[in-house]
Design a protein around this ligand. Structure first.
Ligand code: MN
Length: 386
């Protein structure tokens, strides 16, 4: 079988354990996010800014069962891939899998949205971003997302401008603002949308990143019967809501160059949400404010992109429903992702799809967001280049 090369709209890096202690004064470093596993490896506790919460880890056997080469699994269910936190080894992983360029989100950085102290957040985010930039500088195939301090919109704008000036092409936002901050449609955030638009940074919303209440288990919305499936499905709604908020408040109308990527949440929801927003805009027109220059669906079809990893129906969103901004994502190195079976997934998804559509979903939509990335190889013969 010929190798299918694909760009990934959803990948992660894993920050080193000593990142904050090595780069911040002790009183700040102590309060930055830190994950500590139980001795039996079944649970871990995440400590952030004086609070902590627990989360259950997948069993390593479950992780290995999904891998084509289980011997490659590292003994850590979260990191799991040999090159997860090594920018040189990572290229080897990617070349084997057939993954070309990647949008790369933080790992520890996701917990930073639970920080309550604006100074701690501002300083901590700078450290996260400086490290991510260093990682990005190893290869033109890496597009690391800058984290954004969201407790003060002026801090957010300043860090977006700093990130753009030092070489970032994307910024990472949680699907919901930190607790106590207004929702994304609130005018308070307007300067931040303007900063994204003016700097050209793509906004990357990664699903499942809602800041949570202290001592709450992260990602747990349902318990008991059906909980695992219900919780996983629940994670997808936050990205859809964030997109609706940006469209309904007019942010995408005011900034036609602003581009938004929703990672890991599938893609078939796009056309459905677009129809739903149009219906609201027309049928409830008397109550709608602000008025937009186009129907809401147009912003979604033109300025919003979404990545999926396994969903068979996502291809149809581009093929049959006309949303061309569907792109694939590996979720490397996470256990929901395709590491170890990427080629199997890509062939199952795209063997029966026309070459043009396959090109669009695996490569083209990504290149539209990040035109500076070197073109992906085609098939096996061409040697991957760094
Ligand atoms: Mn992901």
């Amino acid at each position: 079988m010929a190798k299918i090369w694909a760009n990934s709209g959803d990948s992660h890096l894993v920050e080193p354990q000593d990142l904050f202690t090595a780069n911040l004064p002790a009183d700040l470093a102590d309060r930055m996010p830190r994950a500590v596993k139980d001795p039996d490896g079944e649970w871990e506790t995440v400590f952030v800014d004086g609070e902590s919460f627990r989360r259950k880890l997948p069993k390593i056997e479950q992780v290995m069962a999904t891998m084509a080469r289980p011997e490659d699994a590292v003994d850590d269910p979260i990191i799991r891939a040999p090159g997860a936190n090594d920018p040189t080894l990572r290229l080897k992983d990617l070349d084997e899998e057939g993954i070309w360029a990647e949008v790369i989100y933080p790992s520890l950085g996701i917990w930073a949205f639970n920080i309550k102290d604006p100074l701690l957040l501002r300083e901590g985010v700078r450290v996260l971003n400086d490290w991510a930039l260093d990682f990005q500088n190893h290869s033109s195939r890496y597009i690391c997302c800058a984290s954004v301090p969201l407790l003060d919109v002026n801090d957010a704008v300043a860090e977006i401008e700093r990130a753009a000036s030092c070489g970032f092409h994307a910024g990472f936002l949680p699907v919901r603002p930190p607790f106590g901050r207004p929702p994304w449609q609130d005018p308070e955030w307007d300067p931040m949308w303007a900063a994204f638009a003016e700097t050209g940074l793509v906004i990357g919303f990664h699903i499942g990143t809602e800041p949570h209440k202290p001592d709450e288990r992260t990602g747990v919305y349902h318990r008991g019967r059906g909980g695992a499936v219900l919780n996983y499905v629940e994670t997808t709604y936050g990205g859809q809501r964030a997109v609706c908020q940006l469209i309904a408040c007019g942010a995408l109308d005011r900034h036609p160059d602003l581009r938004v990527l929703v990672s890991e949440g599938g893609a078939t929801w796009g056309p459905f949400i677009a129809d739903r927003m149009d219906e609201a805009y027309r049928q409830h027109g008397a109550a709608v404010r602000p008025k937009l220059s186009k129907l809401p669906s147009r912003y979604l079809y033109e300025q919003v992109y979404a990545s999926f990893q396994h969903d068979r129906s996502a291809v149809a969103a581009a093929a049959a429903m006309g949303w061309k901004n569907v792109l694939w994502g590996s979720d490397y190195p996470h256990y929901e992702g395709t590491f170890g079976h990427t080629q199997k997934v890509l062939h199952e998804l795209f063997d029966d799809v026309s070459p043009d559509l396959r090109q669009r979903i695996t490569v083209g939509a990504f290149e539209e967001l990040f035109p500076h990335v070197p073109p992906a190889p085609e098939g096996e013969p061409r040697e991957p280049t760094p």
